[in-house]
Design a protein around this ligand. Structure first.
Ligand SMILES: [Mg+2]
Length: 410
């Protein structure tokens, strides 16, 4: 039944826009769309688009339940028979096809994002141009990458309901910071919503003075360890109330963090704007926002200093560029969130190359030793905290399918 709906949808939309699209050249036609999952430090969800021209587009969707089903059951019928050169038209067609089922935000948008990345890759390969060229050209030869750092247990374990048994030591933070800077990164980030010992108010989002003292010590340790060799940021993962976030920001302001990330829960822009007004540290948010509409109120209200869309979640490459343009109307920089494989990372690189107000792209897989092995390319991809923007067609990388297969999640 859905396929019937999908097949009539395109016709309906042609009615809205144009009866029959004329083509300037012979164009490849999409024959299949599928996904597979690589078992990385997150389940990296790779999207593949096959065409009758033998060109395969590779994309990636942010890990989320149901993405495979949305892509294969709902989006594939919309896409098969179309040309991947029509990236923007197909983006709107996909949104239309999921209208009422999550095309504005949530996993529907995540699924669309993954396909959009693969469409750009296929379009670039078909036109023999890198994606940045299709976006209007590159502003820079290299894209700055920032390192997500961990010291000790992962944040997920640390955020457990029970009382923490291990407390993160400032020395461990200093050591981890030094290591990342010695690898060449000049911007690093640590989680700061970590156990301080004796948390009693997690549900109330309240921080005791003792907890704030502990977090201040972690920040001080990082600041001292890297000196002026690197900028450093801290992530709070939406855990705290404005009163506690304000006190914490005041306590760490003297160490000049480049940003404090997600200090308060993500859905209330007014609360975030009120906080931003009262603190002396820059605020970053965005990984839970979808599309330009998800960023409009954040930017218009002055709630953020840095906009951090997740490219394979927020709507894709073109939507991230539009978010960058929106951010630029407030003179805010783009700092995309990224927990993905080299595919998602390279999508961020092309966005970063193509927009003027780009600052840095996250890299969250330093602990995955085979991350570089996933691509057929000179290694490592990241050198001295930078990725050189590739001039090869599409996203500019090819997956090594043997390595993908070896790490494929069944
Ligand atoms: Mg974050």
């Amino acid at each position: 039944m859905y396929e019937e709906f999908a097949s009539t949808l395109a016709a309906t939309m042609w009615g809205d826009y144009d009866e029959t699209p004329s083509r300037t050249t012979d164009t490849p036609t999409i024959t299949d769309v599928d996904t597979l999952v690589i078992d990385g430090n997150f389940p990296w969800t790779i999207v593949t688009i096959e065409t009758d021209a033998g060109i395969r587009g590779i994309g990636e969707a942010y890990p989320a339940p149901g993405v495979h089903e949305i892509i294969t059951d709902y989006l594939r019928p919309v896409l098969v028979g179309e040309t991947p050169l029509d990236v923007e038209r197909l983006y709107h067609l996909m949104r239309e096809s999921l209208s009422g089922r999550g095309s504005q935000q949530g996993i529907g948008t995540t699924a669309i994002s993954g396909v959009e990345l693969a469409l750009w890759d296929a379009a670039g390969k078909a036109l023999e141009q890198p994606v940045y060229q299709l976006l209007g050209g590159k502003m820079r030869e290299q894209v700055r990458i920032y390192a997500d750092c961990h010291a000790g247990d992962s944040m997920v374990e640390a955020a457990d309901e029970g009382q923490p048994t291990d407390v993160y030591r400032p020395e461990a933070y200093a050591e981890a910071a030094r290591e990342a800077v010695d690898e060449g990164y000049d911007l690093i980030k640590f989680d700061l919503d970590v156990p301080s010992g004796g948390e009693i108010q997690r549900k109330s989002r309240h921080l005791t003075e003792a907890e704030i003292d502990h977090k201040r010590a972690l920040v001080a340790a990082v600041a001292e360890a890297v000196g002026d060799e690197a900028e450093y940021a801290f992530d709070l993962h939406w855990n705290f109330a404005p009163e506690s976030a304000r006190r914490l920001c005041a306590a760490v302001a003297e160490y000049d963090p480049i940003w404090i990330e997600d200090p308060v829960p993500p859905e209330n822009t007014e609360a975030m704007a009120a906080l931003a007004e009262r603190v002396d540290v820059p605020i970053l948010t965005g990984e839970n926002r979808y599309g330009r509409h998800g960023f409009r109120d954040l930017l218009e209200s002055g709630a953020v200093d840095f906009a951090a869309p997740d490219v394979p979640k927020t709507g894709g490459i073109a939507e991230s560029k539009r978010i960058a343009e929106l951010a630029d109307t407030r003179y805010c920089a783009l700092t995309p969130h990224n927990i993905g494989s080299p595919v998602a990372t390279m999508a961020g690189v092309h966005v970063g190359a193509a927009v003027p107000n780009f600052l840095a792209l996250e890299f969250h897989a330093r602990e995955v030793p085979w991350w570089d092995d996933l691509i057929e390319r000179e290694k490592p991809l990241i050198r001295n905290g930078r990725i050189t923007v590739p001039d090869d067609p599409g996203l500019g990388i090819e997956l090594d399918w043997d390595v993908v297969e070896a790490h494929r999640k069944r």
